[in-house]
Design a protein around this ligand. Sequence first.
Ligand code: BGP
Length: 466
Amino acid sequence: MSAAAGRFLWGSATAAYQCEGAWREADKGPSNWDVFCHSEANSVNPVTGDVAADHYHRFEEDLDLMVAGGQNAYRFSIAWTRVIPDGTGAVSEAGLAHYDRVIDACLARGIEPMVTLYHYDLPQPLFERGGWERRETCEAFARYARTCFERYGDRVRLWLTINEPNYDTLCSYAIGNYPPNVRDLDRRWRAMYHMLLASAHAVREFRSLGLSGQIGLVSDSYYIDTLVDDPAYDEAARNADLFFNRSVNDVAVLGTLPPEMRERLEADGCDTSYVLPGDEDILAEGRVDFLGVNAYERELVKPSDGSPTNLTANNTGRPEDNHEKTVRGWFTLDSDPSVPKNAWGMELYPRSVYGLLMDLREKYPDTPVYITENGMGYADELVDGRVRDDYRIEYLRGFVEWILRARAEGCDVRGYFVWSTMDLYSWINGYRKRYGLVYVDYGDDCRRIPKDSFYWYRDMIKERGE
Ligand code: BGP
């Protein structure tokens, strides 16, 4: 039994491509993000994760800081391209050995490792053959997952299959700001379906090995809210819930596509021929033990007037740079002028997590939840050797309060992970947008400097931790 078993987990999170760097070290193969970042398509903030926060070389220092910060858990992802460099071929002993060292370094420090198998970075050869639009990727993922379970299953108690099927595919295939930069909802639903199927395959592999740990999926889930209480708004909220939440969570937790999902897609003229006979058994057997929830903001909606729904992403912090993509009339996004937002348009509304947890308890009463990400992006500045990020402390404190309240009222929440452990590459947002509890001075050899929020988190865990 690992050090933190049974305790509430207070940790922080990262993802391989965003922090490791070492993009060509040992046997590592290229991922879609390596290639995209080096291409002309990467034009909004044209930087790469080649070095990122150099976590590949500094994970021990980062784990030492986590210990100093009172944290008892670390969520990180394995780069598929280190373990199986081309996605489907030979397994790399060097790649496997790297994560042996990371996992062992966690355990030696009393830190519970929570391992994500897939966090946006797909081996480039699989990507070039159609990526998540193809079933072949599900099978390749199952093999990769099994390789990791066999190697680390004796030490890792908490596994996560795939990070954010909803948000990842929205960005990659609907908004089009992530590779492959497609704007086509049909292709988006297909890719997301295959991610969910791949997750179910991995869960089945996990079960077949009879390991003692638990396995979940990470879902970016939203408290769906309206400013007006009337039937038309309620319907918009139900549609948005299906679109953002149930399309992933019902599949992962209940093991089945919501029946109205397929009807709705077909009514929209979407092709659903990728759903094959026999899949329902795979999905049913691939139900998760727990749900990882990335909770940042709510989705505020109002009725659609029949015109297409706008989905927006902002990667620069400049409102004029919103990317928009339309969905066929399910709901319209609303805005509440009384709620503050950060520079990238994210609502700063901690109460949303309470509504979300209550909703998850109602829908999936037997499924424990971990908040696998929550954090605030800000263009932090290092002034006289210190980052005074009171804005972040206020946001995180609000979330912690509402989570603990939901827990006290019976929600089975078992852990909380701040995004992110240290500053890292923020996808298309580049490096200016920082989330870390620890500042990374990119101009000074990636020197680490704990921010005020790091100390606040340490003291809060001491006071509130169980
Ligand atoms: C989540 C992702 C993370 C992280 C975070 C912040 O959706 O799982 O990888 O990046 O969001 O988002 P961003 O960096 O785009 O601001």
